[in-house]
Design a protein around this ligand. Structure first.
Ligand SMILES: Nc1ncnc2c1ncn2[C@@H]1O[C@H](COP(=O)(O)OP(=O)(O)OP(=O)(O)O)[C@@H](O)[C@H]1O
Ligand SMILES: [Mg+2]
Length: 400
């Protein structure tokens, strides 16, 4: 193929390209298509820039992808031609419990309902798609307001090829070595709330300290509440402090940036949620009217239809959990309960007991449904809603 036949960058890869297209033109196109994005949608300027800059950086080759040491999965910073990080690529075959996990977590943990290996990327993308701005559901990713209510960084599905990724069976310059994964905008930040690393001089090893319980200075109620809405709604099993970045604003307050949503939307409530913000004082204050209005505007049926429109296949079990978490958030907020009171129902009851109140409610509903003939999913959810309502009515309103 002559150079003149190569499609222009604006309309062809890395945008809206199918794997079949790349496959067809693999020999001619590979050197110039290290990354392509598989989407039925067009992107707005910020997301387009992120993709183009990542693409140009990969093509340029001076600042190749580099494995991030934090986290248990394979996470790579993609840099622009000047070397600044512009995006974060997480291949799905390098997630925990996957064969190509570069950190030795290829087959390690299994709790009651850990997300299936390889299911993280879809969840990362779903979290962005569903985190829509106040007053306006996203109709696509073209919008001017790139960040939604909770500030999940823009995340799209991408395919990327580079020898720096982890190939446990060896790397070859081949179509099948394109990695599929989530491509998320790199968010400039001033740190996170996770474990701090200290240098061990004697053996030159890094050791992690425990996560601090201290309340960070500069937090505002609005920022804490925006994260709580996201985590309760999406049933986040993994909001430890390392998955919450912060950026210092000019007025000295902190903007919170939620990352890493690969353990949201589980299939059951068997695992308890982890909410870093639960112990922060602002979590004990009820939501403002504006936030309650946002929460009331959430509609699971529309959310599911929206995800399906973009090709997500969502297991029925995840849909059930999503219905229940959204209902819990709505009912709790309407009753003027605090994020602490609502969120506590999804977390461990005590250090030693691995059961949350919401799991108990669902189990109770299941037992009741099992005693009835022909219970539909709607009937089951109505039983859950009734039991939840009664449970929430027992909780006194917050005192602060
Ligand atoms: N969008 C982003 N912007 C800036 N830095 C990021 C972003 N996403 C990830 N990182 C950095 O990469 C690290 C690893 O990413 P991430 O937490 O998503 O990986 P993980 O392996 O899924 O982690 P975990 O062990 O929490 O499951 C983060 O701790 C953070 O330092
Ligand atoms: Mg993480």
């Amino acid at each position: 193929m002559k150079m003149s036949q190569i499609p222009s960058r604006e309309t062809k890869p890395p945008f809206r390209t199918t794997r079949a297209f790349i496959q067809k033109h693999f020999d001619e196109f590979l050197p110039i298509y290290p990354l392509f994005v598989d989407s039925g949608d067009r992107f707005g300027p910020e997301i387009s820039n992120m993709i183009h800059q990542s693409y140009d950086g990969l093509k340029d080759g001076l600042h190749p992808p580099e494995l991030v040491s934090a986290g248990i999965g394979g996470t790579y910073y993609l840099r622009d031609t000047s070397g600044d990080p512009v995006s974060v690529f997480k291949p799905l075959d390098e997630e925990a419990n996957s064969a190509n996990n570069p950190k030795g977590y290829d087959f390690v943990y299994s709790t009651a309902d850990m997300i299936t290996a390889g299911g993280g990327a879809a969840r990362e993308i779903a979290a962005y798609y569903l985190d829509h701005p106040i007053g306006r559901r996203r109709v696509g990713l073209t919008g001017d307001q790139v960040l939604g209510f909770s500030g999940v960084p823009p995340t799209v599905l991408a395919h990327c090829l580079h020898p720096n990724f982890t190939y446990s069976n060896g790397y070859a310059y081949a179509m099948e070595n394109y990695k599929k994964g989530s491509l998320q905008m790199y968010m400039k930040n001033d740190g996170h709330f996770g474990k701090k690393k200290k240098e061990e001089e004697e053996d030159d090893k890094e050791e992690e300290e425990e996560e601090e319980d201290e309340v960070p200075t500069g937090l505002s109620m609005e920022e804490v509440h925006k994260i709580s809405v996201l985590d309760i709604r999406m049933v986040n099993l993994d909001r430890h402090g390392g998955n919450l970045l912060y950026k210092k604003k000019e007025d000295g307050t902190l903007e919170l940036i939620p990352i890493d949503h690969g353990y949201c939307f589980p299939k059951t409530f068997d695992d308890c949620c982890i909410f870093k913000w639960l112990k922060w004082p602002d979590a004990r204050r009820p939501y403002s009217d504006e936030v309650i209005k946002y929460i009331e505007s959430l509609k699971v049926v529309e959310d599911i239809a929206y995800l399906r429109k973009f090709g997500f296949t969502i297991p029925d079990k995840c849909i059930r959990v999503f219905h229940i978490s959204t209902m819990l958030l709505k009912k709790g907020a309407t009753k003027k309960l605090s994020p602490f009171q609502i969120g506590s129902l999804m977390c461990k009851e005590t250090e030693n007991v691995e059961t949350s109140s919401i799991k108990k409610i669902v189990d109770e509903a299941q037992a009741e449904a099992d005693g009835l003939p022909n219970t539909s999913e709607e009937d089951f959810l109505n039983i859950v809603y009734r039991i939840t309502e009664a449970r929430l009515d027992e909780i006194p309103p917050p005192t602060t």
